[in-house]
Ligand binder design. Sequence first.
Ligand code: SF4
Length: 54
Amino acid sequence: MDKICATCAHFRRHYIKMGRRYDPIHSGHCVYPRGKLRYEETPACKHYKEKTGS
Ligand code: SF4
């Protein structure tokens, strides 16, 4: 499977507030090497780092 931002340790997913809970959405931002908007399906860049743990 091709690597994408969603499985990268540098990806931070965004959430929307739905009443009293927060639901995950398909977009987020990347924190490395600097903040930028990304989507979970964005193809990985050269800074990709496999997410580990939960
Ligand atoms: S842009 Fe690169 S470093 Fe950032 S989340 Fe995507 S793959 Fe990871």
